[in-house]
Design a protein around this ligand. Structure first.
Ligand code: CXF
Ligand code: ZN
Length: 363
């Protein structure tokens, strides 16, 4: 792919795994907004050509020297955050910011340079360290989660990014409490997953907020109890929520990547103990707030991959799906084969889907 152009279908060579690496046959992948951001609004001039996709699931095809944890045939999910188990962040239960893997190494460029991909003899980069829009990808074993063999790969692929990100923002980062009142801003897949997290954590009231009222019906499926369209009100949305909740919500989760919304999400929290979590991704603009918002007792936090330690968290989420504690099927609005991936990207670009599942190889 080159920036701002439709994706090209190319034959590439995927070299065998080296020490501590595995080669994965990708079976299915979701399309996340970050795939699009890179393509159409991307500021990153380096890191091309690349293979996009980072929300995949597949099967181990071969393993390199030193790999004992995986065998050919294992079902796996590639992870853009590693869990090496050795670094300061892996050793601290408070964080999932492992110092290995793409998220730590090259988030500025979006793609890793040291890859096993070539196309007509030329180097191809690996997007978010994963590149799931490919029949095969090679990854370090520290960024691969082995999952329950009963898992349907065309569903659990969604746990590679969006659903884990939103769900964990509620259950881990915000640590939503039973009986609480929550507000979720932005009802794409990440926001809907945050709604599901609030519901599973026992929230009694969950405000779902979006400027597109078509999203409200889906939000209800995931547990939202109240729906607010900021465009229906003259007052700022934070004021509207403060009035509806006798002073503000206990927890708010921002899933838009818009810095104005981040501020509204903070300001709609109750003073004294309100917790607001930023999930949406942008590095285009700074955010701002009045210090009194925090001095008055609110907490402002950010969440990366829902705060899940990746290799521990993802297999558990797969199990939670298999016992129906976590929904995935309800996020899927479209399905297609890899040769139609540009159609999936157009749907995402125009907000016409929640998640499209792209079949990459037969399961
Ligand atoms: C990403 C966005 C870029 C920073 C890391 C998290 N989220 C997934 O799409
Ligand atoms: Zn993503």
């Amino acid at each position: 792919v080159t920036p701002n152009k439709p994706l090209l279908m190319e034959e590439i060579e995927v070299a065998p795994p080296q020490a501590n690496e595995v080669r994965i046959k990708i079976v299915a992948t979701g399309v996340c907004h970050t795939d699009l951001y890179h393509l159409f609004e991307g500021m990153h001039k380096d890191g091309f050509p690349t293979v996009l996709g980072h929300e995949g699931a597949g099967i181990i095809e071969s393993v390199g020297p030193g790999v004992t944890e995986f065998q050919p045939g294992d079902k796996v999910i590639p992870l853009f955050i590693a869990q090496c188990g050795e670094c300061r962040f892996c050793k601290n239960p408070k964080s999932n910011n492992c110092t290995e893997g793409w998220a730590a190494l090259r988030p500025d460029v979006m793609s890793l340079e040291d890859t096993r991909f070539t196309c007509k003899g030329k180097k191809v980069y690996q997007f978010m360290g994963t590149s799931t829009f490919s029949e095969y990808t090679v990854m370090n074993q520290n960024a691969v989660a082995k999952i329950d063999p009963a898992a349907p790969l065309d569903r659990v692929c969604l746990l590679g990014c969006g659903i884990s990100t939103g769900y964990g923002a509620a259950v881990n980062t915000a640590a939503v409490e039973p009986g609480s009142t929550c507000a979720v801003f932005g009802l794409g897949a990440v926001g809907l997953a945050a709604v599901m997290g609030c519901k599973n954590a026992g929230a009694k009231k969950i405000f779902a907020i979006d400027i597109n009222p078509d999203k409200f019906e889906k939000a209800k499926v995931f547990g939202a109890t109240d729906f607010v369209n900021p465009r229906d009100h003259d007052k700022p949305i934070s004021q509207v929520l403060i009035e509806l909740t006798n002073g503000g919500v206990d927890f708010s989760i921002e899933c838009t990547g818009n810095v104005e919304v981040m501020r509204s999400a903070l300001e709609c929290c109750v003073q004294g103990w309100g917790v607001s979590v930023i999930v949406g991704w942008t590095n285009m603009n700074d955010f701002s707030a009045k210090p009194i918002q925090l001095i008055g007792g609110r907490t402002w936090k950010g969440s990366l991959f829902g705060g899940f330690k990746s290799k521990d968290g993802v297999p558990q989420l797969v199990k939670d799906y298999l016992v129906k504690k976590v929904k995935l099927d309800e996020f899927v609005t479209h399905k297609m084969n890899l040769d139609k991936v540009n159609d999936a990207i157009e749907l995402m670009k125009h907000g016409k889907c929640i998640r499209t599942i792209v079949s990459v190889s037969p399961q």
